[in-house]
Design a protein around this ligand. Structure first.
Ligand SMILES: CC(C)(COP(=O)(O)OP(=O)(O)OC[C@H]1O[C@@H](n2cnc3c(N)ncnc32)[C@H](O)[C@@H]1OP(=O)(O)O)[C@@H](O)C(=O)NCCC(=O)NCCS
Length: 137
């Protein structure tokens, strides 16, 4: 991708930020209307958020809450979907992560769109599956 071809100002996000996850949905991930099933996006957001949370927690984590989830634009088969995770808040045992989702569509005449934004909270667990205090950064 180059900046000249990008039809949207999201070029910077897509090129300069490191995604937690980048994946291409398959036809099996579509809903009956032909767009990508929202549940597939939710699952990927949960995975992408958990990657940032487990790195910060330095332990396994479990999802305790989805605080918000907004589907701004539909995702189509053939879109390249990137998930960007940012730790927003660290509590005693919990970590709240903001996940932003962008697509790159139509590589010949690139369109870059923000399609979804979510906030998810994870709880750090020890080896026995009990919640644990998150260590200092
Ligand atoms: C996550 C779990 C271990 C938390 O145990 P708990 O004893 O209920 O924990 P607490 O009520 O003390 O809360 C633990 C932390 O989570 C936070 N939390 C709990 N419920 C929350 C909610 N609804 N929204 C945001 N944060 C929440 C608390 O504020 C606390 O954070 P802090 O320690 O940073 O202050 C337990 O609820 C659990 O196992 N849930 C199932 C998780 C799971 O299976 N997830 C996958 C679903 S598919």
């Amino acid at each position: 991708m180059n900046e000249k071809n990008a039809t949207h100002s999201h070029w910077k996000e897509l090129n300069e930020r490191q995604p937690a996850l980048r994946v291409m949905p398959m036809p099996a991930d579509l809903n009956p209307a032909g767009d990508v099933f929202g549940g597939w996006i939710m699952a990927m957001v949960d995975v992408a958020g958990s990657i940032a949370a487990r790195r910060r927690a330095r332990s396994r984590v479990v999802t305790v809450a989805v605080n918000s989830f907004v589907f701004k634009q539909p995702v189509s088969v053939g879109d390249l979907v990137s998930f960007y995770s940012t730790v927003e808040k660290v509590g005693r045992t919990s970590i709240t992560v903001d996940v932003e989702v962008y697509v790159e569509r139509n590589p010949e005449n690139l369109v870059a769109l923000k399609v979804t934004e979510a906030s998810v909270t994870y709880v750090a667990l020890d080896h026995h599956g009990k919640k644990r205090t998150i260590p200092d950064d």
